[in-house]
Design a protein around this ligand. Structure first.
Ligand code: MTE
Ligand code: MO
Length: 439
């Protein structure tokens, strides 16, 4: 999968000088091949490497620092552990399935999907942070501090799953551009906040309202303050569901900076791109919100299915709504060895189904020829993922694959193979499978 990864490696491979300029603002002298940092570029690299660089002036241009080049693990994201980094500007990182084993996803294992440059921690003051509710279909535009939100509205805590619309994109052929997520752009932490509905009601939703849109405090990659990295939303009916939250806390702690500190929107069940991070403003619209990444082909799929590789007109693309049914095997880790003499192998994982719930989870060890029903729990609340487990008996030694397949309460199952191709590679909910060596 390495060849599909983009980010610093690809950038440097393609054009080292351009990469230097982009990442660090470092210009290369064409004769000496030395890199000349602008002050801010050197500061950025120093911060990245976590140390002052005594010989920075001798560093050749177009050279990727060895601390980053060595491999994924040498380039750590603050507060995260064991994530696979897909891109570093903006930061995008996913969680290997075996690290998603916890029932409630810990902060260190929640994936990161940034479209722009997040605000810096020292730029954020929780006490003065405000959320503005406005828009043409808002009767009483109001600005709240976080303290006012806490004081004015009832507080709720729910476990809410988040999955990027592009999770699974790496499996599409022909490939779709964008972060090559495999399985781990998903998680299900516990969030505390106020209901979006209560806040919207307080500010007055006019009769002609049909959509909401969010704005966050992150900046566009170009640095242009008039451009948003992303500004998406959901129809009013979805916004008014009682588990859509404006949250200030995740797992009883402050939300991690990269996941939206100090305030984020949660529209669980829909592509996580509808759950705005670093939340500053919500607009109540009298038309479908037309913010960045609402239009064109972003977060849209062909209204009618198309053959792989088809060019689709923007007009024939429809906004993705509820995410499809999906599951993960989170224990054991793929490639595990199991001794036949030890008897059954206990396996487990989670399953979720967007706006719906999961009705059944099936497992197979014979490449899908036969399936057995696993034990499946009810969600702790709507929009929380559901835990499942099973005990697997192997007939003899050898190589096996364990496949898991979930079915939602409309009777729709995950496909075994990659589902309908679409230009941007969204909604791959094909079955997760792991390898087991029985010895
Ligand atoms: N302000 C803002 N909100 C955002 C994004 C962003 O880049 N900026 N990314 C969106 C996308 S595409 C996803 S998948 C989720 C990712 O949430 P996470 O990084 O907390 O896992 O946040 C969404 N909310
Ligand atoms: Mo996303």
């Amino acid at each position: 999968m390495n060849d599909k990864k983009c980010g610093i490696h690809e950038l440097y491979a393609e054009n080292p000088e351009q990469a230097d300029l982009l990442v660090w603002g470092r210009k290369v002298d064409p004769i000496t091949r030395r890199g000349f940092f602008k002050k801010s570029g050197l500061a950025a690299m120093t911060a990245f490497l976590g140390a002052h660089i005594p010989f920075a002036d001798k560093m050749p241009g177009g050279l990727i620092p060895a601390a980053m080049a060595a491999g994924e693990d040498s380039f750590a994201i603050q507060g995260k552990e064991g994530l696979t980094i897909l891109n570093d500007r903006p930061i995008n990182a996913e969680t290997p399935p075996h690290l998603l084993d916890n029932n409630i996803t810990p902060a260190k294992y929640l994936f990161v999907r940034n479209n722009g440059m997040p605000p810096k921690e020292n730029e954020i003051d929780v006490d003065t942070w405000t959320l503005e509710i406005t828009g043409e279909s808002c009767e009483k535009p109001t600005t709240f501090t976080i303290a006012e939100l806490k004081e004015k509205f009832k507080q709720y805590t729910y476990q809410l799953q988040l999955e990027c619309g592009g999770n699974g994109r790496s499996a599409y052929d022909p490939p779709a551009r964008g972060n090559q997520w495999s399985l781990g752009a998903v998680g299900c932490p516990k969030w505390t906040g106020v209901r979006l509905k209560d806040v919207l009601d307080y500010c007055g939703v006019k009769k002609d309202a049909i959509y909401i849109g969010y704005y966050g405090a992150d900046k566009h990659l170009s640095g242009n303050p008039n451009k948003q990295p992303i500004s998406r939303g959901v129809p009013i009916a979805k916004a008014m569901e009682d588990k859509m939250l404006i949250a200030w806390s995740m797992n009883d702690e402050k939300i991690p900076l990269l996941n939206g500190y100090p305030l984020r929107l949660l529209c669980s069940g829909w592509p996580a791109s509808t759950s705005g991070k670093w939340l500053k403003k919500i607009v109540i619209r009298n038309k479908i919100h037309d913010g960045t990444k609402m239009t064109g082909k972003a977060y849209r799929i062909p209204c009618e299915s198309v053959a792989p590789g088809t060019k689709v007109k923007d007009d024939d693309m429809c906004i993705i709504e509820s995410m499809p049914v999906k599951s993960l095997i989170t224990f054991p880790k793929t490639g595990v060895e199991h001794k036949l003499t030890e008897g059954k192998l206990a396996i487990r994982g989670h399953a979720w189904a967007g706006d719906l719930s999961v009705e059944r989870l099936l497992v197979s060890i014979d490449f899908g020829a036969t399936w057995r029903v696993a034990k499946l729990k009810k969600p702790v609340n709507r929009f929380a993922w559901q835990h499942w487990n099973a005990e697997i008996e192997f007939p003899e030694k050898g190589y096996y694959e364990i496949w898991a397949k979930a079915m939602d309460d409309n009777g729709v199952s995950q496909p075994m193979v990659v589902p309908g191709w679409n230009p941007k590679g969204y909604l791959n909910n094909s079955c997760h499978r792991i390898a087991v060596q029985v010895v």
